[in-house]
Design a protein around this ligand. Structure first.
Ligand code: HEC
Ligand code: HEC
Length: 189
């Protein structure tokens, strides 16, 4: 086998492994087999419990839980706060260090929550996403919601406005039962 074919074979083999584990991980939040007990602790992400974080990072938007992105994403974001989605969100070095420490310690690849694990699995190898709302996992979870209820909805505005629809978002609760879309109501599948 030449190197190219070899690499292709490895990629294909890992895709098969990933999709098989995807089936095993089917969306049943209440039930887990022992082999996944590592993810048993919680089916959600850890709620934010850091005052510095809510003060500095939730002035302009929802206090996104660190468990929605891998450590490398948070590190990159914290190094580029002078150009943060078109805004200047720069912090002094000490505050930046403290918040980076917090974000990394609670990140998807450090805290093994099931939902964090699903997020990680959906990210392309080597990618360092900066948005939670456009992670493949999030796009998949929200693909049945028409745009008029998100971007076309003055009370929501953007898919990044989690708290507009997820009434339990601040507690880290995102299951569909807690959804109430402004101007629309609860979500029935
Ligand atoms: C000055 C305002 C401001 C501050 C302060 C701020 N942000 Fe943001 N942030 C934004 C804007 C604007 C966006 C883009 C929102 C959108 O597209 O709906 C954004 C987007 C994000 C997103 C991506 C949302 C998505 O699409 O999933 C993350 C994650 C994020 N911010 C984290 C942080 C963190 C961590 C801090 C603190 C270090 C922070 N932000 C502080 C303005 C701010
Ligand atoms: C316009 C309203 C709306 C916004 C904004 C929104 N969501 Fe959702 N979300 C929903 C609805 C509705 C569902 C259920 C979809 C379904 O079951 O078909 C859902 C499902 C989910 C799920 C899957 C829950 C499960 O148990 O399977 C997660 C996780 C989630 N959202 C996280 C987020 C995060 C994080 C944000 C912000 C970055 C966000 N959502 C923004 C409406 C929204």
């Amino acid at each position: 086998m030449n190197k190219k074919i070899m690499t292709g074979a490895i990629i294909m083999a890992s895709t098969v492994v990933l999709s098989v584990s995807g089936i095993a991980f089917a969306d049943r939040d209440e039930y887990h087999t022992d082999s996944y007990s590592m993810y048993k602790r919680s089916s959600t992400v850890t709620a934010v419990n850091n005052k510095l974080y809510t003060t500095e990072c939730a002035a302009c938007h929802f206090a996104y839980q660190p468990g929605w992105l891998p450590a490398r994403s948070w590190k990159k974001m914290m190094q580029n706060l002078d150009d943060h989605f078109g805004e200047n969100a720069e912090l002094d070095q000490k505050t930046n260090d403290l918040l980076t420490q917090y974000l990394v310690a609670e990140s998807a690849d450090v805290k093994p929550h099931r939902k964090s694990h699903k997020v990680l699995r959906s990210i392309r190898a080597g990618a360092t996403p900066q948005r939670i709302s456009t992670l493949p996992y999030m796009l998949r979870k929200h693909d049945e919601i028409p745009a008029r209820l998100i971007t076309g909805n003055a009370k929501v505005g953007s898919a990044a406005n989690c708290i507009a629809c997820h009434t339990g978002a601040s507690e880290g609760q995102f299951n569909e039962h807690g959804v109430k879309i402004p101007g629309y109501g609860p979500w029935e599948d």
